[in-house]
Design a binder for this molecule. Structure first.
Ligand SMILES: [Zn+2]
Length: 89
């Protein structure tokens, strides 16, 4: 089974890009943040966690955004880096 990559982010330290897959996420940290603005049958979910850059080994804070009908029936939307350095090239 291959990795289910959601998207790539840029490391806030070495500035190299790496992929984040569903398997990298800490699903026990999933939080329900309420109904979606554009569809109240769905909820928005987030996971706040740290993930290790495979290039330099530094821990990067990330935010995963997901949406779905329940915690067990959702799809990741995107992963963004919470490291300021990831946006300064
Ligand atoms: Zn790095």
């Amino acid at each position: 089974m291959g990795r289910e990559v959601i998207n790539s982010i840029r490391c806030g330290y070495c500035k190299r890009v790496f992929e984040i897959a569903k398997e990298d996420l800490e699903w026990e940290h999933l939080k329900d943040i309420g109904e979606c603005d554009d569809d109240n049958s769905l909820h928005d979910y987030v996971i706040n966690q740290e993930i290790q850059c495979p290039h330099c080994g530094k821990m990067n804070k990330i935010l995963m955004k997901a949406r779905g009908k329940s915690e067990t029936n959702l799809e990741p939307v995107e992963i963004i880096s919470m490291e300021r350095g990831a946006y300064e090239i």
